[in-house]
Design a protein around this ligand. Structure first.
Ligand code: UT7
Length: 326
């Protein structure tokens, strides 16, 4: 079995920003409510780039940083709930933009857990030696599926992409993974797709015109997160034999500062161990963890040998976590 290591990271967000103040002129909300309930102050919103554009730029940055040529890339996985199209996959569109002609490409749909799912899939391919170099991307243009009249959701989300390059390595790198799903919670976070239609069941005009948008039962999802995140971390500690004290950084999906604080309190872990950047990006679903990783690398927060835990949770319901040595 091969070890695999993150060789490079990258991120890309659209230029345009939408502040809490801006949102208060669209829906009945205030900067005070959004900041105190979520920790979010502003988010990036795409005006012209689609998910594959953000994903390609993040991937390009990660490959440059890793000093790896396009031809070396064997595998491109894009985790997204906002693909450019149902077909082709966003990963194939990224391949085209990058001209990574030797790569096998596909998307993964696991909402805000998508990046952790995609990393875990890439790990299976790499550790067996089936492939050597993978680009794993979390990318979202959530503004496409937001109901801008719904204050319960429109203040929370943002657009962006983050990417990592994984390759065989002598170092420990990605050590342990854990994934879970519960379809019983399907209605807690939803973004309905195309209505069922065929010659035997024509859909109504309203059904065919309705633009899919996201809905969320916020309080239930909040409680789910507070319960599942500590369970995910504990799973990885049990698998690896490390104690929580040996973990240097915990990178949660950036949904809400109160989730981060709640988990820190519940697990009796200093808040400083948790990286947080939701203030500037909002919740970017599958993109939030790789964006955070890229910022941490840029700020020299990640030292060689540091133990890092990544935890994703979201629609499906889905959840997952990864333990790695930087
Ligand atoms: O990424 C996938 C995972 N997602 C998450 O983890 C999100 C988890 N959930 C949350 O982060 C929080 O539940 C929210 C931030 C979505 C909501 O915070 P909350 O403290 O749970 O608020 P709430 O839904 O209980 O609503 C409290 C009040 C309500 O008013 P009443 O019924 O008490 O009069 C809402 O109508 O706040 C009201 N409200 C708002 N007020 C001003 C809801 N949204 C807004 C808003 N501005 N944007």
């Amino acid at each position: 079995m091969h070890n695999l290591q993150i060789m490079g990271t990258g991120r890309w967000v659209p230029e345009q920003q939408l502040t809490n103040e801006d949102l208060s002129s669209i829906v009945d909300t205030t900067d005070e409510w959004i900041t105190s309930r979520t920790g979010i102050r502003t988010r990036h919103i795409s005006t012209w780039e689609n998910t594959s554009d953000l994903a390609s730029k993040a991937a390009q940055m990660a490959l440059q940083q890793a000093n790896i040529q396009m031809e070396e890339v064997d595998l491109i996985i894009v985790a997204t709930m906002t693909p450019d199209s149902s077909m082709p996959s966003t990963a194939c569109l990224v391949q085209k933009q990058l001209q990574a002609k030797n790569a096998v490409c596909f998307d993964v749909s696991a909402a805000c857990s998508g990046f952790v799912y995609a990393m875990t899939i890439a790990k299976q391919f790499l550790q067996t030696g089936f492939y050597k170099t993978a680009v794993v991307i979390g990318a979202e243009v959530l503004s496409k599926v937001i109901d801008w009249q719904d204050r319960n959701t429109c203040v929370l989300f943002g657009d962006g992409a983050g990417a990592v390059v994984l390759q065989h390595s002598q170092d420990l790198g990605v050590e342990a993974c854990y994934l879970g799903s519960d379809g019983q919670g399907d209605d807690l976070l939803e973004c309905k797709g195309v209505a069922l239609q065929n010659p035997l069941k024509p859909c109504t005009q309203t059904e065919s015109l309705r633009r899919p948008s996201m809905t969320m039962k916020g309080r239930e999802v909040f409680q789910f997160a507070l319960q599942i995140v500590p369970a995910c971390i504990q799973q990885l500690l049990d698998q690896s034999g490390y104690t929580i004290e040996q973990i240097d950084h915990i990178v949660l999906h950036q949904a809400n500062i109160r989730i981060l604080e709640g988990v820190a309190k519940k697990m009796k872990v200093p808040k400083e161990k948790f990286y947080s950047n939701m203030e500037y990006y909002g919740n970017t679903s599958a993109a939030s963890i790789p964006i955070a990783l890229d910022e941490m690398r840029e700020q020299n927060l990640l030292k060689k040998g540091d133990k890092v835990i990544l935890v994703g949770f979201g629609g499906g319901l889905t959840w997952g976590a990864i333990l790695l040595t930087w």
